[in-house]
Design a protein around this ligand. Structure first.
Ligand code: NDP
Ligand code: HSE
Length: 449
C-alpha cells in the first residue's frame, strides 16, 4: 500500500465540514487520482464537541492547537479554512517555511499580505494553492495562473461576491428588503463570519486584488482597490435602474492600460453599478458569480458558477488538495508567483466611468441650465436627462419635497468621464441652493459610452 498523504485541516465550519465529507465520500476516486490515499492527520477548531454538519468524524482527530498540528512531523499538507489575518498567517508561514504545501480559501489574508505567503512558499520550496479564495467553485485562478500565461490580460470584470449578488437579485426580483435578504444569505452559508465584509465590499475587494495580481503579474493588495459596498443601494435606486432598462450589481473591475502620464498601470475597483438588462452579467442571479476576462489574443472569456456555499467551495479546495498531493508525491512544485511586471496602481480618479445621478431640485426656470452648467464646468458630458415630479411629502407638519412645493426629481446620466471629474461635479451640485438633495449617485457600466 502506498504511504498516505497526511492532511492537517484547519477549520471545520461551513467549508471545512464539506471538505471532510468529500474526502470521505470520494476516498477511492481521490486515491486513484492522487496515487496515494489522502488521510486526515488532525482537524483544528475553536470549539471541541460541536456537530460538524452531520459529518461523522473520529473525535480523536480534533484539537484546538492549530499551530501544534501544523508543526507535527506526520503532516504533509496544510488546508486552511478558518479565515482572517491572524492567527492564520502565522500557521501558514510556519507550514510553508517547513516545506509543507498549503491550500487555503482565505482571500482576506491573501489580499492583505499574499506576498508574505508567496515568499514563505519560495523559501520552503512548497506550493501555495488558493482556487477557492475567488469565485467559489469556478475554476478561475488556475486558468489565469497557467492557461493564459502566454497571453496579455487587459481587463477582468465580474460579480465575485455571492452574498451581495443574492441580496441585489432579491431586491430586483421581489422587492425584498436588504436585511431580510442578508439574513437568508447568512442562513445559506454564503456570508462571511462578519457579513460587513460582504455588504461593504471588503470581500469583493480582496478577490479583486487577487484577480488583478494574477492577471497583471503585479502584487496588488486590498489597500490598492477602490471599494464601495451596497449598503446605500435603495429600493428607489433599483426602481430607477429598472426604469432605464438596467439592474444593479456589485462589480469588480480590474484593468491595465496607460495612466494620464502614459505609464502602463493597473486600476482595480469594486462598487455597485447599473448595467443594462441585456448585459450578460445582469442575468447572473442568486449567489452565482461570473467573471469576464479580456485578453489580447484570446479575446473575451466568461467563467460562471456557484461563488459561495460549503460544497461548491469545498470542490475548489479538493481540486487544490489533489494538485498539491500529486506534486508532493512527485517531489515537484506548481508554478510559483509571477509578479515580475510590478505595474503601478492608477488612482480611482483616473478611472473612466459613467454616472447616474438623481437630484431633488427646485422646479423653476433656469434650474436645468444651472445644473447643466456644473457638468460643463467639469468637462462632463450629459447623455440623458429625465424630469419627474417629486414624490408627495407627509400631509401634516411636512418637511418633504412636496411640502416645500415646486420640487422636481432630475435624473441625469452622463457620458464616460474620469471619475475625479464626476466626483467634483457631484460635490459642486451639493453646494447649489437649487439642489435640495442628491438622492443617489451610481456608476453605470456596459452599453454605449
Ligand atoms: P466558518 O466560520 O463557518 O468556519 C470557520 C472554522 O474555523 C470553524 O470550524 C471554527 O471553529 C474554526 N476556527 C476559528 N478560529 C479558530 C482558531 N483560532 N483555531 C482553530 N480553528 C478556528 O467559515 P467558512 O467555512 O464559511 O469560511 C472559511 C474560510 O473560507 C474563510 O476564509 C472564508 O472567507 C473562506 N470562504 C468561504 C466561503 C463560503 O461560502 N462560506 C466561500 C469561499 C471562501 P468552530 O467551528 O469550533 O467555531
Ligand atoms: N462571503 C463570500 C461570498 C463567500 O458571499 O461570496 C465566497 O467567497
Amino acid at each position: 500500500m502506498t504511504k498516505p498523504v497526511r492532511l492537517a485541516l484547519l477549520g471545520c465550519g461551513t467549508v471545512g465540514a464539506e471538505v471532510v465529507r468529500l474526502l470521505r465520500e470520494q476516498a477511492p476516486d481521490l486515491t486513484a487520482r492522487v496515487g496515494a490515499p489522502l488521510e486526515l492527520a488532525g482537524i483544528a477548531v475553536r470549539r471541541l464537541g460541536r456537530d460538524r454538519g452531520g459529518v461523522p468524524v473520529d473525535p480523536a482527530l480534533f484539537t484546538t492547537d492549530a499551530l501544534g498540528l501544523v508543526k507535527r512531523d506526520d503532516v504533509d499538507l496544510v488546508i486552511e479554512v478558518v479565515g482572517g489575518i491572524e492567527p492564520a498567517r502565522g500557521w501558514l508561514v510556519e507550514a510553508l517555511r517547513a516545506g509543507k504545501s498549503v491550500v487555503t480559501a482565505n482571500k482576506a489574508l491573501l489580499a492583505e499580505d499574499g506576498g508574505t505567503l508567496h515568499d514563505a512558499a519560495a523559501e520552503g520550496g512548497a506550493d501555495l494553492y488558493y482556487e477557492a479564495a475567488v469565485a467559489g467553485a469556478i475554476p478561475l485562478l488556475r486558468p489565469l495562473r497557467e492557461s493564459l500565461h502566454g497571453d496579455t490580460i487587459t481587463r477582468v470584470t465580474g460579480i465575485v461576491n455571492g452574498t451581495t449578488n443574492f441580496i441585489l437579485s432579491a431586491m430586483d426580483a421581489t422587492g425584498a428588503g436588504f436585511t431580510e435578504a442578508l439574513d437568508e444569505a447568512t442562513e445559506l452559508g454564503y456570508a462571511e463570519a462578519d457579513p460587513t465584509a460582504d455588504v461593504e465590499g471588503f470581500d469583493a475587494a480582496a478577490k479583486a486584488a487577487i484577480l488583478a495580481s494574477l492577471a497583471f503579474h503585479t502584487r496588488v493588495t486590498a489597500a490598492d482597490v477602490h471599494r464601495e459596498g451596497i449598503t446605500e443601494v435603495t429600493a428607489a435606486d433599483m426602481a430607477s435602474a429598472k426604469a432605464m432598462g438596467c439592474t444593479i450589481k456589485l462589480l469588480c473591475i480590474a484593468s491595465r492600460g496607460p495612466d494620464s502620464a502614459g505609464t502602463e498601470s493597473v486600476s482595480v475597483r469594486v462598487h455597485p453599478a447599473m448595467i443594462p438588462v441585456s448585459h450578460p452579467l445582469a442575468s447572473v442571479g442568486d449567489a452565482f458569480n461570473a467573471v469576464f476576462v479580456e485578453a489580447a489574443a484570446a479575446g473575451e472569456l466568461m467563467f460562471y458558477g456557484r461563488g459561495a456555499g460549503g460544497a461548491p467551495t469545498a470542490s475548489a479546495v479538493l481540486g487544490d488538495i489533489v494538485g498539491a498531493a500529486r506534486n508532493h508525491l512527485a517531489g515537484v512544485r506548481a508554478p510559483s508567483e509571477s509578479a515580475y511586471a510590478a505595474l503601478p496602481i492608477r488612482p480611482m480618479g483616473e478611472a473612466v466611468t459613467r454616472y447616474h445621478i438623481s437630484l431633488d431640485v427646485a422646479d423653476r426656470p433656469g434650474v436645468l441650465a444651472a445644473v447643466a452648467g456644473v457638468f460643463a464646468r467639469h468637462d462632463v458630458s450629459i447623455a440623458t436627462v429625465r424630469q419627474a415630479a417629486a414624490p408627495a411629502g407627509p400631509a401634516d407638519g411636512a418637511t418633504g419635497p412636496a411640502a416645500r412645493g415646486g420640487d422636481a426629481i432630475l435624473v441625469i446620466v452622463t457620458h464616460a468621464a474620469p471619475d475625479a471629474a464626476l466626483a467634483a461635479t457631484v460635490e459642486e451640485l451639493r453646494r447649489l441652493d437649487i439642489v435640495r438633495s442628491i438622492a443617489s449617485v451610481l456608476r453605470v457600466e456596459g452599453g454605449a459610452r
